[in-house]
Unconditional design. Structure first.
Length: 286
């Protein structure tokens, strides 16, 4: 892994001064940028709590329930991409309507690995690609009333600016189906396993003790259009960009989800999306 950064260059998470606090995406009243303070990170954790625990039923610890925040040890070394709605008559930190958490290899080195390594074996992935820079995406959530194309585009403008700034080669991370029964998503999971597997250089498997097969339905029984329609919006979005899926899924009983591992090489992103997200590149990236 890369050498950890000089602490004096850190403003929020591991971002250097050149990108922290700058607008990384904007659509109408929505602005996407990195969290610049502990208060903004805590506000993002509150948004995550509202979505993951209050709406989707994740199991909160006693501390999380008391503070009403989704927080863990990775937050301190991650960068937090936030979407603000500036049309809201509220303090800045109360205008946060969506968030994404991103973890560089430097950050992972500081806290003993990537968040996803609790479920998937990433050691081989990193070892097979020593010249590539990896970025883990996670904790994606948007408040219900903002689940629209505009909000997602603002988030992805910011992610793309971040990727360009940090010279990232590969984005990766877990994405989830709701519930803890893989068979409930058998057609969609099988379609992913049969049609969207990673190339050998990016092969990732679920940890043996947590591995559950995704290949549950024979190919001739799958309706591709129906299978795709039943996938969560986040997974569909990754696939449209050109993402591939690792081997095996994992049940996360705390979050009440079935997790798959997504790998998106920057070189595989479809050109029409690159053209779209780099249209205003000069405004957001130094």
């Amino acid at each position: 892994m890369s050498t950890p950064p000089d602490p004096e260059t850190v403003v929020s998470g591991l971002s250097p001064v050149g990108i922290a606090g700058r607008t990384l995406g904007r659509i109408g009243s929505l602005e996407a940028r990195l969290a610049c303070s502990e208060a903004e990170i805590e506000a993002a954790q509150e948004v995550r709590y509202r979505v993951f625990y209050e709406e989707l039923g994740a199991k909160a610890s006693r501390l999380q329930a008391a503070e009403r925040r989704d927080a863990d040890r990775f937050d301190a070394v991650c960068d937090h991409i936030l979407v603000f709605d500036h049309s809201l008559a509220a303090p800045e930190h109360e205008r946060i309507v969506g968030t994404y958490r991103v973890l560089t290899q430097e950050g992972a080195a500081l806290c003993g690995g990537f968040y996803s390594e609790d479920e998937f074996d990433l050691a081989g992935l990193i070892e097979r690609n020593p010249g590539k820079r990896f970025l883990e995406l996670g904790r994606s959530c948007v408040l219900p009333q903002y689940r629209s194309k505009r909000t997602i585009e603002a988030l992805w403008q910011a992610i793309w600016a971040y990727v360009l700034h940090h010279k990232i080669d590969v984005m990766a991370g877990c994405a989830s189906f709701h519930g803890t029964v893989p068979a409930a998503h058998s057609e969609a999971l099988s379609f992913l396993a049969q049609s969207f597997r990673t190339e050998p250089e990016f092969q990732v498997s679920a940890l043996p003790e947590r591995y559950r097969s995704m290949d549950l339905v024979p190919p001739e029984a799958i309706n591709a259009k129906a299978a795709f329609a039943r996938m969560p919006p986040l997974i569909k979005g990754y696939l449209r960009l050109g993402a591939r899926i690792g081997d095996g899924c994992v049940i996360d009983h705390d979050f009440e989800t079935v997790d798959v591992f997504v790998v998106l090489a920057v070189s595989d992103i479809r050109q029409r999306y690159i053209s779209y997200y780099t249209a205003d590149e000069g405004a957001y990236v130094a």
